[in-house]
Structures are given as structure tokens and as C-alpha cells.
Design a binder for this molecule. Structure first.
Ligand SMILES: [Zn+2]
Length: 260
């Protein structure tokens, strides 16, 4: 007959459990700061095939990339979509964002620009990063990442949106995120669709003068581009309430007057 044996006691010593310190009343905030909107951050990854490149070292030593990327994504999503529950906007189905740091010409680009693609890849040049002045490196990296992340989450009129407007929206978010580089200035050279900061500053003026000043104009544009193919007259009338030619003329007077 077998007598059941008690289970052998574990030989390992349990680690002492540290009790969380009681909240100190002095630490309790008296006013509740608005929590940032809790957007879902898609899976993120990083690849650095040339890890010893000076540009890779510059990025890794100036930026905690594992926390910077989700922070920048929240910034982008807040500007384009306000919050996950905002009824007037619809979040895109971006499935993942992969950041590649590698030697290449130019600054950066994003593959899978149209929001329906799901999987996005940002390619960022370590050659470019290695040439940024030390005083600018942290902000410039953040600014470029915010710009490229806009491409990961913006709509493009079912592939019909003028690239100048796509790039303008990306730089408008960078401007609003207070990451505009010091050399940026308002300019009307090349027309409203010149792109980048030229179009970005125009969008900012439109929002301040024809919109709510809280980014409503750009969000309306992005939402419009989710559902419709770009048609110039219809797009500008429905998003801003006027023709782009007239709005651009008015903006030109503002810029010529010193932009005050
Ligand atoms: Zn771009």
C-alpha cells in the first residue's frame, strides 16, 4: 500500500516582496492634468544594418527610440484624429511601423504611404543624421520622425491627393508639434502645392483664419481624403469653404505683409 507523500517543499527561497510605498499625500496632484489620448500604438520595430555608422551612434545617443516612436505616434494621431473616440475622424488601419536606419541619399522616406496598406516602413538616412549639427540633432531627428510618421497614418484621397498636399500636411503636424527647424519660413514661391513647409505654413494660416485654430481644417481635409478622390474645387469648398486660388491670394497678402 502506498502512502501518499506530502509534496516536497521547494528548496528555493522566495524573494521578499517589496510592498509598494504608500502614496504620500503631498505627491497627490490637486489638479488633474488632461491625460494624453490613449491611442493604440501598433507593433514597432527597428533595424540598423550599419550599427557602427556615426549616424546610428548619433541617433541612439540622443534619442531613446523605444519611447520616442510611440510618443511621436501619439502626437501625430492627436493632431490628425484628436482621440480614438472622436466621431468626426476615423483612424487608419496601420498595422505596424518598421524604422530602418541605413546609409542612403536624401533624408528619409516612407513606404506604404496610403493608409490602406497597413504595414509601413520608414527609411531614415544615417548619412544625413551624421551631418546634423550637434545642437540640432535631437530636435531634427524628432522632426523628421514626426513628418514620416504622418505618412504612416494619413489618408491620401485613394491615391489621388497631390503630393504637395500630402507633404504639406506632414510638415504642418511637424510645425504644430513645435519641431519646425530654424530655417523654415513662410513663402509663396511655387504655389500652394509646393509642398513641405511652404504648404504646411499655408495650412496653418488656413486653420487660424478659416478654421477653429485647433487643427480642424487639416483634420477635415484628412477625413475627406479618406473617402473621396481628390477634386480640387470640391475638396477646397467642402474643407475650407472657398476656392484655393482665392485663399492662396489672401495668404500671399498676409505673407507679403510680414506674416503678422
Ligand atoms: Zn514626406
Amino acid at each position: 500500500m502506498t502512502v501518499p507523500q506530502p509534496p516536497t517543499s521547494p528548496t528555493t527561497t522566495p524573494l521578499p516582496i517589496t510592498k509598494p510605498a504608500a502614496a504620500c499625500p503631498a505627491d497627490t496632484p490637486t489638479t488633474t492634468a488632461a491625460a494624453p489620448p490613449s491611442f493604440t500604438i501598433p507593433p514597432l520595430s527597428l533595424q540598423i544594418p550599419t550599427l557602427t555608422h556615426p549616424g546610428a551612434t548619433a541617433l541612439l545617443s540622443n534619442t531613446i527610440i523605444s519611447t520616442a516612436l510611440p510618443k511621436h505616434i501619439t502626437t501625430v494621431l492627436t493632431h490628425l484624429y484628436v482621440s480614438p473616440k472622436e466621431p468626426t475622424t476615423h483612424l487608419p488601419p496601420t498595422k505596424s511601423v518598421a524604422l530602418f536606419l541605413r546609409p542612403m541619399d536624401g533624408v528619409a522616406y516612407t513606404i506604404g504611404t496610403q493608409a490602406v496598406d497597413g504595414a509601413k516602413e520608414i527609411h531614415f538616412s544615417v548619412d544625413y543624421i551624421s551631418r546634423i549639427a550637434a545642437a540640432r540633432v535631437k530636435d531634427e531627428i524628432a522632426g523628421v520622425l514626426v513628418h514620416e510618421l504622418v505618412h504612416c497614418f494619413q489618408y491620401n484621397g485613394l491615391n489621388t491627393c497631390p503630393s504637395g498636399l500630402i507633404e504639406g500636411i506632414a510638415d504642418w503636424v511637424r510645425l504644430r508639434a513645435k519641431l519646425a527647424p530654424p530655417h523654415w519660413k513662410r513663402s509663396t514661391d511655387g504655389g500652394w502645392a509646393a509642398g513641405y513647409e511652404k504648404t504646411g505654413f499655408f495650412l496653418e494660416w488656413l486653420d487660424q483664419n478659416k478654421g477653429d485654430g485647433k487643427g480642424g481644417v487639416v483634420r477635415k481635409m484628412n477625413e475627406w481624403l479618406r473617402k473621396n478622390k481628390y477634386q480640387e474645387g470640391k475638396f477646397w469648398r467642402e474643407c475650407v469653404g472657398g476656392e484655393v486660388g482665392g485663399l492662396w491670394k489672401e495668404y500671399g497678402k498676409f505673407v507679403a505683409g510680414g506674416g503678422k
